[in-house]
Design a protein around this ligand. Sequence first.
Ligand code: PDD
Length: 285
Amino acid sequence: MGTLVMIGGEIRSPDTATISVFDRGFLYGDSVFETIRTYGGELFALTEHLERLESSADKVFISVPIPIARLADEVRHLLAEAANDESYVRVVITRGGGAMGLDPNLAESPERVIIVSPLVAPPAAYYQDGITAVTFKSQRPAEVAGVGGAKLGNYLLSVLAMKQAKEAGALEALIVDGNGSVVEGASSNVFGVRDGRLITPELRTGILRGITRQRVLEQCEILGLPVEMRAPSLDELRTCDEIFITSSIREMLAIVTLDGARVGSGKPGPVYRQLLAAFRASLQS
Ligand code: PDD
């Protein structure tokens, strides 16, 4: 049990898992990645994650070095070797190493890395009481580079947003773009609820096509909850009855305080609770 790493198909212990300092993932964040979790030891939405990985790689002209069906086998193999009750899985594809310089043609061959660690799930109190968040003004690097929706290795914006969140004692930062619209979280998608209607940014804003977001939208459809696909302004979001975020690791968490101000009743609201129950029930089927 514990952390195991696989680099280019070879299993390594964490202390011997190293890649070159010339790897462009290290030098430039020239890589794409996915984060996946298990439920009952089974990988959640593995195929969707690996398809998104391939799509992110395509957007930035990195070729995934092996077919994703084989990558899936490697992930399953490493997971079995790690033998954790529940795991956190990171799959990274970098453009690889080569002579120094920005030109992507300098890269010799793409590198694949899989990391499996014991899952650290959010404490139950976060689901019961909700969490606090701050806002952070910025554009996502993927949008700036014209490759919106790609899960790029360069997460510096999210790192800085989380620094601000931590300094304020918060657990997430909501990214507010140049138009004053809330587009997503540092590592999550965002939903607002007003008068029983959900509001969530459309994919065209360049956000990550969150797999949890998609599952939640499916539950909205089943439950007959109306959804408006648009990025709310920060003012609008602040006055929503409920706000929640979605992500693979954190599932769904209600934001009950935003920038120090109470959201709605200050407790996880009925729409959040209904959707969380439906989402969790859908995992059993
Ligand atoms: N992050 N938006 C961003 C910027 C993210 O980093 C993530 C996920 C999401 C949610 O996507 P999904 O539901 O497919 O996990 C949205 C992962 C969990 C991470 O930070 O490792």
